[in-house]
Design a protein around this ligand. Structure first.
Ligand code: FPP
Length: 253
């Protein structure tokens, strides 16, 4: 984002913005369209937002695309969402790579079909050396599941004698999360007027600012992203201290 600061805004911009993309179903219902159409238009909003975030200089953009709880939806809707992920990874990869973006997928991989898993791995490997914005797609992601998987990995290392339990600290746990190499989000946006965190980045968002937008995800546009960032810039962040901290490197303890 430009260095220009509007009145009442601090100079700090978020490096990492995470979005709970909500409201696809309501968007479709309001138009008497099937929910699938809402998701299809949601994918278009996702593509737009990736472009806008890169234009605004955001370094990491995380998008909550499918939660560990979303498997409870009707089978047809689950299949449709899996198909959208497949289409996104297959069809958009070349364009994302061309734009210099790094692609990461977080969440449990074991529930994905082997060929989809290979596509996801290919997307990550082929863009790993890029230096542009990191796009993190949270798919089959749940924060509690992520923490359980991290804990299991740590316990395995302890059982094998490679890790002293006394050495387990916040950095060790952080290092076993799917987001180990990413900064924590400073700004979490949720669309559609809902004000829940819904099992998203519970550990990582410990000090994030939350902005709740009434806009339904398929309608989310650049002006809405800019408005959320402006709102973030007006917040005073103290990280448990007394004095406001204006500029803080993302992910720092
Ligand atoms: C929440 O809206 C949205 C989702 C659960 C899916 C998000 C998916 C996309 C934006 C497009 C797919 C992109 C990929 C890469 C898979 P909702 O269905 O809960 O809406 P509602 O609360 O209005 O019913």
């Amino acid at each position: 984002m430009s260095a220009e600061t509007r009145q009442g805004e601090s100079a700090a911009d978020p490096c990492h913005v995470a979005i709970i993309m909500d409201g696809n179903g309501r968007w479709a219902k309001m138009r008497n369209l099937p929910r699938q159409e809402g998701h299809r238009r949601g994918l278009e909003a996702l593509r737009r937002t990736v472009r806008h975030a890169a234009e605004l200089g955001i370094e990491v953009l995380t998008l909550y695309s499918f939660s560990t709880e979303n498997w409870r939806r009707p089978q047809a809707e689950v299949s449709f969402l899996l198909g959208l992920l497949r289409r996104f990874v297959e069809k958009d990869l070349a364009e994302l790579a061309e734009a210099g973006l790094r692609v990461r997928i977080i969440g449990g991989r074991e529930d994905l079909a082997p060929d989809l898993r290979r596509l996801v791995e290919h997307a990550e490997q082929s863009t790993a050396g890029n230096s542009g914005m990191t796009l993190v797609v949270a798919f089959n992601y749940g924060s509690r599941d992520e923490i359980v998987r991290a804990t299991r990995a740590i316990a395995t290392e302890v059982a094998a004698g490679r890790l002293d339990p006394a050495a387990i600290d916040e950095a060790v746990l952080h290092g076993h999360l799917d987001t180990a190499d990413l900064p924590d989000p400073e700004l979490v946006i949720r669309t559609s007027g809902e004000t829940r965190i819904s099992n998203f980045l519970l550990w990582q968002a410990a000090y994030a600012e939350f902005v709740f937008s009434p806009v339904l995800w398929p309608d989310f546009d650049k002006a809405d992203l800019v408005a959320a960032i402006s709102e973030y810039r007006r917040r005073e962040r103290r990280f448990g201290g007394v004095e406001p901290v204006t500029v803080r490197k993302a992910g720092a303890a």
